[in-house]
Design a binder for this molecule. Structure first.
Ligand SMILES: Cc1cc2nc3c(=O)[nH]c(=O)nc-3n(C[C@H](O)[C@H](O)[C@H](O)COP(=O)(O)O)c2cc1C
Length: 356
């Protein structure tokens, strides 16, 4: 699966002065500084990807892929897909948010409790935004729950109670469909239930990734709550745009998803602009090649060469932005099955160090 592309956005005017008005974001006792968050993305934001983001720096909070809270049994048996989805979570640096999904308050409370007290994650996040049928129609979870703000509130309250001092956050879309835009009511329930932050993706679920994110609607959600910090999300494609959204929309933070898959350095660029420093240049194609090989190494350490190669295909496609012959590279790399094939394609398309 390749992630849907972020729509090309008009870049705001270059910034010249320090952005003095942007404050760090407090999510309970966790300081998110700068208030620029790496979004959870299923199939992508595993430990290897997070490690790459961390090495570039600049993201105030990193998030895992979402995990299913259907039953807590996988935490005991350490079998199934979830050990992979929790890869690195116990040991890696903080702050780190782990996201979970389900529609059952008891399941979510139990898994939240384990994440908070046993895994000692910084933030427990609950998904109320996923538009995928397997999660919505089949499991009545994710964005399906936006049609029932009271249930969202009940879920958040149960998880907050279970997590003690660990802050609990929620991530939503504007609603299920154009006709069912419940974000404001949901935000108020989430606030009353004791959540420490709310992230709003400015689309309804029925849109998936079509159209443009509606940042006016995100601002309206922010205005509708009294103390709950709100993070805005949707279609941020440059560091300048991230800063502009922070300055002009009233949100307390911004979250970046698709664009950081090919540009994990976007957080470092945004952080520099927020400090009033010049924006660091994008890596050269030769540096991008080093990045691909480093990411591949991290993936293979965990999954071995065979599975690691298959998993790495989609990341390599994302990293190919801007290299000569990117399209052809993607065509080749998305069919490789062995480490030898993968490395051959990378060496063929990415320039050597020292070559521009
Ligand atoms: C491949 C992919 C996987 C995603 N998985 C999740 C997920 O597990 N949890 C979640 O809350 N959002 C998920 N999202 C949504 C993103 O977090 C984000 O809300 C959305 O992509 C809009 O932000 P963007 O325009 O910066 O990409 C996913 C998005 C993509 C493209």
């Amino acid at each position: 699966m390749t992630a849907p592309a972020t729509p090309a956005a008009a870049n705001p005017a270059p910034l010249s002065a320090p952005v003095a008005t942007v404050q760090p974001l407090a999510i309970g006792g966790v300081l998110v500084d700068p208030p620029v968050l790496q979004a959870p993305m299923a199939g992508y934001t595993n430990y290897a990807f997070r490690q790459v983001v961390r090495e570039f720096g600049g993201a105030g909070l990193l998030a895992t892929e979402m995990i299913a809270a259907r039953s807590a049994s996988w935490l005991e048996t350490n079998r199934g897909e979830h050990p992979d989805r929790l890869w690195g979570v116990r040991e890696e640096p903080r702050p780190l948010a782990v996201q979970m999904w389900d529609n059952d308050p008891a399941n979510l409370a139990e898994v939240g409790r384990r994440l908070a007290h046993d895994f000692r994650v910084s933030v427990v996040d609950i998904n109320f935004g996923c538009p995928v049928r397997q999660v919505t129609e089949k499991a009545h979870s994710g964005s399906w729950l936006l049609r029932d703000p009271a249930r969202v509130g009940e879920i958040v309250r149960r998880v907050v109670d279970a997590c003690g001092d660990t802050p609990v956050t929620a991530k939503i879309r504007l609603g299920c469909s154009e006709a069912c835009q419940t974000a404001i009511e949901v935000a108020q329930r989430v606030e009353e239930a004791g959540a420490a932050c709310l992230t709003v993706h400015g689309r309804v679920a029925a849109q998936y990734f079509k159209g443009e994110a509606n940042w006016e609607a995100i601002s309206a959600v922010k205005k509708s709550v009294s103390r709950l910090p709100v993070v805005g999300n949707g279609d941020i494609t440059t560091a300048e745009a991230a800063v502009e959204r922070l300055r002009t929309t009233g949100v307390d933070g911004v979250m970046i998803a698709r664009e950081c898959l090919g540009k994990p350095w976007i957080f470092a660029q945004t952080a520099a602009l927020l400090r009033g420093q010049p924006k660091p240049a994008d890596p050269t194609p030769a540096e991008q090649k080093e990045l691909v090989l480093h990411h591949y190494d991290l993936v293979c350490q965990r999954f071995g060469g065979e599975r690691g190669t298959l998993l790495m295909r989609k990341f390599a496609c994302s990293y190919a932005q801007g290299i000569p012959g990117a399209r052809e590279f993607r065509g080749h790399v998305s069919r490789v099955t062995t480490a030898g094939e993968f490395l051959e394609v990378v060496h063929r398309f990415f320039p050597q160090a020292g070559v521009k």
